[in-house]
Design a protein around this ligand. Structure first.
Ligand code: FE2
Length: 190
């Protein structure tokens, strides 16, 4: 196995998308492909696996030329976590190394943002999300003493998507655009 694993994933995902699937079909097929991709941990180049002591890192690994999807490695240092946030597009997360905790949130009938299911992802595990099945969560490194890495694929160039971070429990939201940690990227992807 090598970086060819990622190339194979890209090719198969393009084939899926060119069949004009429903979102449900995309999630189902991509979940299967992602499970295969993260079944081995020998293909991610070291430069996209580097943690930063201050912030979790999002490295763009690939973006489809038509921006139909993008693939990102998420690298967590010990104790790092995201704010509560949304994505606005479909996404599939595969755990490659270490452990990740995903705390879901949703609005209750009083309009309050409340915690729901809490998932712990271990290497090989895959999680799906989208605005139709639940799109708000807070993610953290599940390990306090080592780095963790997950691979994410989203239905857009996620680094440039205008989305939101949320306050709990008010649900007040602020806009944000995540960008990418790759300093060498040309501006077309940022
Ligand atoms: Fe997320």
């Amino acid at each position: 196995m090598s970086i060819d694993s990622l190339g194979s994933f890209v090719g198969k995902l393009c084939q899926v998308i060119e069949g004009h699937p429903t979102e449900e079909q995309i999630l189902q097929e991509t979940k299967y492909l992602m499970a295969d991709l993260v079944s081995t941990d020998d293909w991610l180049p070291d430069r996209y696996a580097m943690a930063n002591p201050d912030y979790y890192q999002q490295y763009l690994l690939y973006c489809d030329g038509m921006k139909r999807f993008s693939i990102v490695s998420f690298v967590w240092g010990p104790g790092q976590k995201t704010p509560v946030h949304d994505h606005t597009v479909w996404g599939v997360i595969g755990m490659l190394r270490g452990q990740e905790t995903s705390q879901q949130y949703s609005f209750n009938s009083n309009g309050e943002l409340v915690a729901g299911q809490r998932d712990i992802l271990l290497p090989g595990d895959v999680e799906t999300l989208s605005p139709t099945i639940g799109d708000i969560h807070e993610v953290s490194n599940g390990l306090s003493d080592q780095d963790s890495i997950s691979v994410h694929v989203y239905g857009a160039n996620i680094g440039a998507v205008h989305r939101h971070v949320y306050a709990v429990p008010t649900g007040d939201r602020k806009p944000f655009v995540s960008g990418y940690a790759n300093s060498e990227l040309p501006n077309i992807w940022q």
